[in-house]
Design a protein around this ligand. Structure first.
Ligand SMILES: Nc1ncnc2c1ncn2[C@@H]1O[C@H](COP(=O)(O)OP(=O)(O)O)[C@@H](O)[C@H]1O
Ligand SMILES: CC(C)(COP(=O)(O)O)[C@@H](O)C(=O)NCCC(=O)O
Ligand SMILES: [Mn+2]
Length: 913
């Protein structure tokens, strides 16, 4: 090893000298952010390494396209009030709508389609040819990518709902689904699927106001279809809620039936579900959500359901309910297992006291009523489960409203009466089952064919308002979002107050005792249970090399541990000012960008008030949500100029690095290359520690420190095993054992140029095909698949191996004047493939179809960086050999994962399973 160390040292000095000329002092950058936009224009070469990020084909975009109003014309009778307007050029977003019009609420589920605009770039084309990927060849009709939105209105405000549908022109989509792709649909014969009593009651109103007919679907059919779809297709849909603890339940698709579905709407239906379309309504009760809201309104004079629910949180039901202790002189009735605090008779105290309604606190009345109804429903549900021997009970309907206390009470009843045999579970899309079922009843929309991995739930701004609260149009337009945000900030200080990390208020005593959540307010935007927009991405696939997709869990750190959540949320929040700075600078530092930056920061903190509301949450989800938030506020690529500069600086020193590498023996070279990857992984703008380093030193100093740290053994060091596999024992010059390697690259600049590209070159040199796998969308300073071909092209100018391989892989098409011009067909190709992600991490259950295709013949994967190799996939096992390379740039993670320290390195080699 001594020899290798010496050479490495030389290499460092050599590189440092070159870097000195080419690299800017990072300290200067922080303070020059305002001019960055300008300078960026100067620095962008015509075909610069990262100049093309704006045209990315976005897989997971969450921003809504604007309506194309050109050529708009009134359709039909001009005399009509609110006539329909045709938008002939609005072709990329086609809507489809289904309704559930209940006694209390109208639920809307609508689909918006954003057509893929495949970029005809050379990379995509050649990858498609090479891997034989064609569009839509798997089904007789294509599943359309798009988004499912969830909105609700109060039934007595049906006009708001009609206005909403009209304003969004959702009724135009009510045509035969086969016509979804056609332009400018004509809605004369439009039909909208609808369920619930209102589908009958309001049919004429829909015809008069919107000119559409409601196609009525059976309510029970719809509830069951909706529940089955959610339970099969949405990963974190069902959860238990006991004593304040929410726990997501992974439902095995093959072991879903039978179950009892209890839908608590205005009234309550109990349905025994035995399969898709196989069910029986076995019971129900007229004491339901309508009872709580109706009686509660009369008794407390509350103006809204949420107000009534909020009152209950400050209530003490002992003032009204007759408890066992009231009857037994403060004692338990222990013989039959009833404690003194058990409710013997709801509202029972009111009979014996000489009091009027005004003498009772509305808070106490509300709580007593809530407990009476929840407990009663829980008990009837249990009895029905018992009747049919069902172990699982799923509760839906908007009565639940994601309210911790309601869920705890119902869970307690089920647990108590069943002696723990039966389990109450709740659904995140609680009240949308019927509407979803009605949506499913459209023939051949392909939704029922979609699988879990093709659905991505996103929480764009406005989701809490559409899915949660009763509200008008969701905030679609960015200006609306920001003005809302500004209003919100002005209104209260909630946003900047410390983030509450304690679990939501609960009794802690299982529903029989007084809630300890006094003083807690039910947030009026209903973020207690957020329902996001479901993105349907038919092109996402499960990575075929996962050794066991069923048990695969991408996250290494589970944030359901509150101390973890608190820590990571704090770390990311501390990074926020720097991130906002970069984001604003990337948009030219304009006033508009500053407003958006502020709004982003506020929104981010607000989102984090209750992350559990978004389904099961790991660190990878937190990091991804941050990127999604940035995109939501139209920050396309916050680190664009930083990436460009670091790419240019690194490319300038690449030729010298390659020269030094080429002078080494095979063995030393391999070690030096791996060291190079680990050392360059320090250039990570997502790590607090690294950003602090950038503010203190130059790239050269940082890089030197990083190379110094490279002495083996690393904290996790399987290098010898990897070397053995690559080179065999002894210098026997045998060819490299790998046919195709997938290199999951991480950061721009030194990381890709001086770390991963030289490693890729070595693999190419020994006959391995190399697929560079990079992000589809920007995330921090990660290099994207769109940027890589240009970086490779630049590097190829100095290296024949890279040039020939890139040519063979279709990355270079007469890209430059190549000296020897030989185009050997025998050369091993180098390709670039997008991974389908826009995050620093990767979830192998949802990758792009081109990556899935490329993986089929791969026998080595190399995962680089903290996000892809540590936060996610540290424990993942693959069907082929895997090398995980990362520098740990966080002290706590280093301690937890490897009992080590910040800047320790990991080289983990795992032979195929
Ligand atoms: N904002 C709200 N306005 C009215 N009721 C609400 C609201 N949020 C939750 N609820 C509760 O949800 C019940 C309606 O649930 P839902 O599943 O929509 O049933 P339905 O189809 O009968 O309208 C109401 O009776 C009430 O208890
Ligand atoms: C965002 C990152 C995963 C990116 O790391 P990378 O994948 O580039 O190695 C990492 O910087 C990170 O975990 N940052 C947050 C923790 C911290 O600042 O210490
Ligand atoms: Mn990164």
């Amino acid at each position: 090893m001594g020899g290798a160390g010496g050479l490495t040292e030389d290499l460092v000095l050599g590189i440092n000298d070159h870097i000195k000329d080419a690299v800017v002092d990072v300290r200067e950058r922080g303070s020059e952010s305002v001019e960055e936009g300008e300078e960026e224009r100067e620095m962008v070469p015509p075909r610069g390494p990262t100049s093309s990020s704006s045209g990315v084909s976005i897989h997971r975009s969450s921003s809504r396209p604007q309506l194309d109003l050109s050529g708009a014309a009134i359709q039909g009778n001009f005399e009509e009030k609110d006539p329909t307007i045709l938008l002939p050029n609005q072709s990329d977003d086609i809507y489809h709508l289904a309704l559930d019009i209940g006694g209390s609420l109208i639920k809307l589920v609508y689909f918006s389609r954003h057509e893929d605009r495949p970029l005809n770039d050379r990379r995509k084309k050649s990858i498609k040819e090479r891997f034989g990927i064609s569009n839509g060849n798997r089904r007789s009709y294509p599943i359309l990518g798009g988004r499912l939105h969830f909105v609700k209105f109060e039934t007595h405000k049906i006009n708001e709902c009609l206005d909403f549908i009209h304003s969004k022109q959702l009724h135009w989509g009510g045509l035969d689904p086969h016509q979804w792709t056609s332009e400018a649909p004509n809605n004369e014969n439009a039909i909208i699927k609808a369920t619930g009593g209102g589908a009958y009651k309001f049919a004429d109103l829909f015809k008069d106001r919107l000119g559409v007919s409601l196609d009525k679907e059976d309510e029970m059919d719809c509830l069951v279809a909706g529940a089955n779809f959610l339970l099969k297709a949405i990963r974190h849909e069902a959860f238990t809620h006991m004593e304040g603890q929410k726990e997501f339940v992974q439902i095995d698709h093959n072991d879903l039936f039978p179950y009892l579905l209890v839908n608590i709407g205005s009234g309550v239906s109990m349905i025994k579900v035995d399969g898709d379309g196989k069910f029986q309504r076995v019971s129900g009760t007229n004491v339901g959500g309508g009872t709580y809201w109706g009686l509660g309104r009369l008794l407390t004079k509350c103006k809204s359901f949420d107000e009534l629910l909020e009152l209950s949180q400050r209530g003490d039901n002992r003032t009204i309910d007759m408890l066992v202790g009231d009857i037994y002189g403060g004692m338990d009735y222990s013989k039959i297992g009833l404690s003194a605090s058990t409710i013997a008779s709801s509202f029972g105290k009111a009979i014996s006291e000489n009091k009027e309604l005004e003498d009772y606190r509305p808070e106490d009345i509300s709580l007593s009523l809530l407990r009476m109804i929840s407990y009663n429903i829980g008990q009837i549900a249990y009895l029905n489960a018992l009747r049919f021997g069902l172990k699982r009970i799923f509760f839906g309907g908007f009565f639940i409203r994601g309210h911790a206390y309601t869920m705890d009470t119902i869970s307690f009843a089920v647990q108590f009466w069943s002696n723990g045999e039966a389990q109450a579970m709740f659904l995140r899309h609680e009240g949308f089952l019927g509407a979803l079922g009605a949506f499913m009843s459209y023939e051949k929309h392909g939704l029922d064919d979609l699988m879990v991995h093709q659905l991505v739930e996103r929480f764009p701004m406005g989701a809490p308002y559409t899915g949660g609260n009763i509200h008008g149009p969701p905030l679609g337009d960015l200006n609306e979002k920001i003005s809302w945000m500004e209003k919100f900030v002005r209104k209260g200080t909630e946003i900047i107050a410390p983030v509450p990390m304690a679990p939501p208020g609960t009794t802690g005593l299982g529903g029989f005792e007084v809630p300890s959540s006094k003083g807690d307010t039910l947030r009026s935007d209903a973020s207690a249970l957020n329902v996001g927009v479901l993105h349907l991405v038919p092109t996402l696939e499960v990575f075929p090399l996962l050794s066991d997709p069923k048990t695969y869990e991408p996250n290494t750190i589970d944030l359901s541990d509150h101390s973890e959540l608190e820590y990571w949320f704090t770390v990311l929040s501390e990074h926020l000012p720097d991130l906002v700075d970069k984001a604003v600078a990337s948009e030219g530092g304009t006033d508009d960008a500053k407003r958006r930056g502020d709004a982003f920061a506020h929104y981010w903190i607000r989102l984090m008030e209750e992350p559990a509301a978004y389904g099961k949450f790991g660190l990878a989800n937190l990091l991804e949500l941050r990127e999604e938030c940035l995109r939501e506020f139209q920050f396309v690529d916050a680190y664009r100029s930083i990436k460009q500069r670091e790419n240019e600086a690194s490319l300038a020193v690449l030729p010298d690095l390659l020269m030094e590498i080429d002078s080494m023996s095979k063995e030393t070279r391999l070690l030096t290359l791996i060291e190079g990857v680990l050392a360059a992984n320090i250039f990570d703008w997502g790590s607090r520690a690294c950003v602090d380093l950038y503010h203190k030193g130059t790239i050269i100093e940082i890089y030197r420190m990083s190379r110094d740290k490279m002495r083996r053994p690393w904290r996790v060091d399987d290098f010898d095993m990897f070397k053995e596999r690559m080179l065999g024992s002894g210098e026997n010059n045998r060819p490299c054992p790998y046919k195709r390697a997938l290199l999951f690259v991480d950061n721009s600049g030194a990381d890709i140029v001086l770390g991963m590209l030289p490693l890729a070159r070595e693999l190419l040199r020994c006959g391995t095909e190399v697929v560079l796998v990079a992000n589809s969308l920007p995330a921090l300073n990660d290099v994207t698949a769109m940027e890589l071909p240009d970086i490779v092209a630049e590097a190829a100018k100095h290296c024949d191996i890279l040039r020939r391989a890139a040519e063979a892989g279709g990355l270079l098409v007469d890209a430059m004047n190549i000296q020897d011009g030989s185009k050997e067909s025998s050369s091993v190709p180098l390709m670039v493939v997008e991974n389908g992600c826009g995050s620093p991490c990767i979830d192998f259950r949802q990758v792009s179809s081109e990556l899935a295709a490329a993986a089929k013949e791969a026998d080595l994967i190399i995962l680089e960086g903290m996000g892809r190799a540590l936060h996610t996939n540290f424990n993942a096992r693959f069907k082929c050999d895997a090398l995980k390379l990362a520098m740990v740039k966080n002290q706590r993670l280093a301690e937890k994962l490897i009992k080590g320290n910040i800047y320790d390195c990991i080289c983990r080699y795992e032979p195929a399973r």
